[in-house]
Ligand binder design. Structure first.
Ligand SMILES: *Cc1c(COP(=O)(O)O)cnc(C)c1O
Length: 393
């Protein structure tokens, strides 16, 4: 072959879907630093910094904080594989696609999965969850704090309190809340929380941060059946990150990225970061409503990181997405499952959550809708700007 291959030159997309989100420039810079070995003292300096920074970002005093080598689903599978036991009751509280995925993983582990289901777009009801947990008395309770398939924020504290009453441990999927909304692991009483790098942390996909409470570690030690997954066995992983013995060849590059993404959060301050996400989300909603669209999720239950406006009557949602990507270089997502064709899923998270981006997304979405004959009822940009200046004072 005599052909030459020019350097890869990806299109400059604006990533405003449910993830991957916009990557912070400092993260890209960190990723171009030299690779060290997976047992290099420098690598373990980075993993120790990550342990500490994860404690801050998850708001926990847990010592067991690490990053799994894999995407968010590897964090989910690690949580389930280590704590769901064959034949034991596993209570799944679900109202979306990712809740269902947890249930499927638990069934594959042989757990006896009992489900409390709420419709896609509604939040889990605290009292229903309490009653269900008290009645079922499971060993493990699992739920999704920020359900990315619908844009719903679920209540953590009542679920954890009821679970602890019956001596169950709680797994919370914090994939789309970490780095954007108050996850508050200790304050809520979450035992196992996991996330990923490509949503609120503004890194590329590749790692799944996880934190485990001392209570859950006791449960893990008392386990009689071996964990079916070798790769995701938390005890073996601890011999790597704590004991510095070979388990797998972790990607130094991805760990640099995560260190940098977490450092950016620490420098901004967690509360300031939440407030930035809240303000930009509210501005987005103000703009959406001004142009005459409705939000799928009721006020008070919405994610600040991922918004789900309803697709107006007569509009082809897939065509809007296609136009935005191909003509404008902007990625957003659509609904799936029961919400297919019904909602847009638009991310305002991490590095991408800025006032400028909110105004840009509103303008571009409005332009795409108009192309299909939609007539906005009001001035989206003015409404968003009004909300932004009101939010600042
Ligand atoms: C994205 C996401 C996951 C899965 O993460 P991957 O990185 O795609 O494996 C799990 N749970 C929730 C709530 C998510 O949004």
């Amino acid at each position: 072959m005599s052909e030459t291959y020019p350097p890869i030159d990806p299109p400059r997309r604006l990533l405003f879907g449910p993830g991957p989100s916009m990557v912070a420039p400092r993260v890209y810079a960190a990723m171009s630093r030299p690779v060290v070995g997976h047992l290099d003292p420098f690598f373990f300096e980075i993993t120790e910094q990550i342990r500490e920074l994860l404690g801050y970002v998850f708001s926990t005093g847990n010592h067991f904080n690490m990053a799994m080598s894999g995407t968010g689903s590897s964090g989910m599978e690690a949580a389930v594989a280590n704590f769901a036991e064959p034949g034991e009751k596993f209570a799944l509280l679900t109202n979306g696609f990712f809740g269902e995925r947890i249930g499927e993983m638990a069934r594959r582990q042989g757990a006896d999965v009992v489900r409390l289901e709420t419709e896609w777009g509604a939040a889990l009801d605290a009292q229903e969850c309490r009653d269900f947990i008290r009645r079922e008395r499971p060993r493990v309770v699992a739920f999704v704090q920020a359900e990315t398939s619908t844009g719903v924020w679920n209540p953590s504290k009542p679920i954890c309190e009821a679970a602890h009453e019956v001596d169950a441990i709680v797994i919370a999927d914090c994939v789309t809340s970490l780095g954007g909304m108050p996850v508050l692991v200790d304050q809520n009483g979450i035992d196992i929380a996991y996330s990923c790098t490509q949503k609120g942390l503004s890194c590329p996909p590749g790692l799944a941060p996880i934190t485990v409470s001392p209570r859950a570690l006791d449960r893990r030690r008392a386990r009689t059946a071996p964990v079916h997954s070798w790769y995701l066995d938390l005890t073996l992983l601890d011999t790597y990150f704590e004991g510095h013995r070979y388990h797998h060849t972790a990607s130094a590059t991805m760990f640099y990225a995560l260190r940098e993404g977490l450092a950016l959060i620490a420098e901004e301050g967690l509360e300031a970061r939440w407030e930035r996400h809240r303000r930009n989300h509210l501005a987005f909603v103000a703009g959406i409503e001004a142009m005459g669209l409705k939000m799928h999720v009721a006020e008070g239950h919405r994610l600040w990181t991922l918004n789900t406006p309803c697709v107006p009557e007569g509009i082809d949602e897939a065509k809007i997405r296609q136009y935005l990507l191909q003509e404008r270089g902007i990625e957003i997502a659509g609904g799936f499952g029961p919400l297919a064709g019904q909602v847009f899923r638009i991310g305002t998270m991490g590095y991408g959550s800025t006032a400028e981006n909110v105004l840009l997304i509103l303008r571009e979405l409005e332009g795409a809708l108009k192309q299909q004959g939609y007539r906005p009822t009001g001035d989206a940009a003015a409404a968003a700007e009004g909300a932004l200046s009101a939010g600042v004072s």
